[in-house]
Design a protein around this ligand. Sequence first.
Ligand code: APR
Length: 310
Amino acid sequence: MRKKIAVVGGGQIGQIVAMIASQKELGDVVVVDIPGYVNVVKGKALDLMEMAPHGNYDASIVGASEYQEIAGADVVIITAGKPREAGMTREDLLAVNLKIITEVAAGVKQHAPKAFCIVLTNPLDAMVYAFYKLTGFPKHQVVGMAGTLDTARWRAFIGMELGVSVADVAGTVLGGHGPDMVPLPRLTTVGGVPLAEIATKEQIDRLVTRTREAGTEIVKLFGKGSAFFSPAWSAISMAESYLRDKRRVLACAALCEGEYGVRGLFLGVPCLISGKGIEKVFEIQLTADEKAMLDKTCASVRKTVEETKL
Ligand code: APR
């Protein structure tokens, strides 16, 4: 029997998630959206079914507005919510998206209580925390998609700057999904060569800044809405690792309970995603400077999380 992937929110990101999940034959896909948008998601689902002969994939893709349609889902990918607009911070979104996440959490808790849940809605660190609190799901079952995207951006910018294949750029980005996230140049390599040996300090500083501002760079270009291709594929990488037990190590917003000296917050940290969900959080020995940056991003995350009052 095929696996089942539920995508809650069939907008910009959700539609790409549905497309890649189908193309990769991760399973059947159901896209849930609000009643006022259900015909659009039904149309998108049908369009994807009609793309299958070219994409050469077998999957059932449907749109729905009722949460019972997600029953039995192995993975739930949550993209429901308003995206940022130019001039807005992710925090500006908090009140409006908290209301949406509250509704989504109730639906997922009732109809897919065993699913591995990947939250994308911004402000990410607060929304994944809220979803965890509201569902009461175990911590290995709930994760936020942020670091996987931030790391993809870091790798992409290094590839572009140095003229090398992104496939050979390895590294990670820790912390919250905001401007004080912590890319780790010290631990980044290009085909095994330390980044600091092939890039100047100025280049590295520029890459760090661009990575931190990457979401905003795209928001400014769009004027309305935020990035969707890379966020969608980042969520797929996480879902695939779970569904196929690939045991990938990806930067994810996972609940920290003492790791990095952090307790009770979802923070971007390297995680092993297996068929069991978040199987392990890896702790990196940080330098004093890196630790100071992590403390700063933690303080920002804590402040946003406190605003949820959960
Ligand atoms: N239940 C289900 N779907 C909902 C709900 C809800 N309660 N409320 C809103 N939606 C749907 C919208 O109807 C829309 O189709 O969520 C979808 C969001 O799509 P977009 O507006 O295109 O936003 P997108 O760019 O996909 O971003 C979604 O992810 O990265 C974050 O900041 C981003 O919070 C935003 C989210």
